[in-house]
Design a protein around this ligand. Structure first.
Ligand code: AHR
Length: 334
């Protein structure tokens, strides 16, 4: 009996030592600081291509602060999906509590999302959406309804050119291909072109949601297309609109509210709204990057074991010159 008790004691000691060693290994490899009890969130952004995206990063950072009980690990995917997938795998290895993913493109996430699910880490998709084989691969989506954004821009054009029987020639500057922002905004325009016999897309290219790329492609378009034939330039974000305007300025081509070329933009950053107030951009459809508070609510609810909505579209507006004032723009957060 005594012998047996000794065996049990020895066995328990080995188990205890094993536990201590493995716990020690976990805190070395893990981002979790067990002493602080902070909830750890891995946040994967596709890049920092626009002022809009910087505003999204800031909004998420402001929502998940240490004072509120969170530790946020931010990763910039440098505009590559492979980097984002690698970053999510790192979060999984680190044993974070939640992952927030702003996906560069819609598809190609199934495997890594399954890995997160198997590790019991809830993933909240934000900003752009994903298309996956099984929706249980992510917990919730918070972001923009890009199709509806595109439809607002189309409605503006339909009203503006309602009485025109002439050809309406459109230059289309797309955003990052296969991102839901591009697909939604492009889809709405292409549908409208099919519905209006006199609407034509006379040039299109991808500006990658950046000012530099949009400026370059607009310079090239102007070499091939007679500027006087252009009625509309549909830019899929503010950076692209600013790049296009730079190219038009260099070429001495007038545009905007009192001219023949209508400029459409998406986002509603301060720079673009200034240009809209000045009459240079005709219509800006808002894409709201202030998503941190929405994400915060979702994660608080999940931590409280409450059911969260699968899809949350955030509120978004649209602006013409008469909707804007210097005060409004000055007080804007981004
Ligand atoms: O996904 C949102 C889009 O991505 C914004 O329109 C754009 O500025 C950003 O880069």
């Amino acid at each position: 009996m005594l012998k047996c008790k000794k065996c049990i004691a020895a066995f328990l000691t080995v188990i205890l030592m094993f536990c201590l060693i493995s716990c020690g290994e976990k805190s070395e490899n893990s981002e979790k600081d067990e002493n602080t009890n902070l909830i750890v969130i891995g946040f994967s952004q596709p890049g920092a291509e626009s002022a809009w995206r910087v505003a999204l990063t800031d909004s998420v950072r402001e929502a998940f602060t240490e004072e509120r009980g969170y530790k946020l690990i931010y990763k910039d995917g440098q505009s590559k999906q492979d980097n984002q997938i690698r970053d999510i795998r790192t979060f999984i290895q680190q044993g974070v509590d939640y992952i927030i993913l702003s996906p560069i493109v819609e598809t190609g996430w199934d495997t890594v999302l399954l890995e997160a699910k198997q590790a019991n880490i809830p993933v909240i998709i934000c900003d752009r959406n994903v298309v996956v084989s099984n929706e249980s691969l992510y917990t919730a989506f918070v972001g923009s309804d890009f199709k509806s954004e595109g439809e607002k821009a189309v409605a503006f054009l339909e009203e503006k050119y309602a009485s025109s029987e002439e050809e309406i020639n459109i230059v289309h500057i797309k955003g990052t291909l296969d991102s839901s922002a591009q697909l939604g905004r492009t889809g709405a325009l292409e549908k409208a072109v099919l519905e209006h016999d006199n609407w034509n897309i006379i040039a299109e290219n991808c500006g990658e949601f950046t000012k530099a790329k949009a400026r370059e492609i607009m310079q090239n378009i102007l070499l091939e297309v007679d500027a006087s034939s252009i009625d509309v330039i549909y830019c899929e974000n503010d950076e692209e609109a600013l790049g296009v305007m730079a190219a038009l300025n260099e070429a001495g081509i007038a545009y905007g509210k009192d001219e023949n070329i209508t400029i459409i933009s998406f986002d509603g950053t301060r720079n673009a709204l200034e240009q809209c107030l000045n009459g240079k951009i005709n219509y800006v459809v808002e894409c709201n990057p202030l998503q941190g508070p929405y994400l915060f609510n979702i994660i608080e609810m999940l931590s409280a074991k409450k059911t969260v909505p699968k899809i949350t579209y955030i509120y978004e507006n649209a602006f013409e010159q008469e909707d804007l004032s210097e005060d409004f723009i000055k007080n804007r957060k981004y």
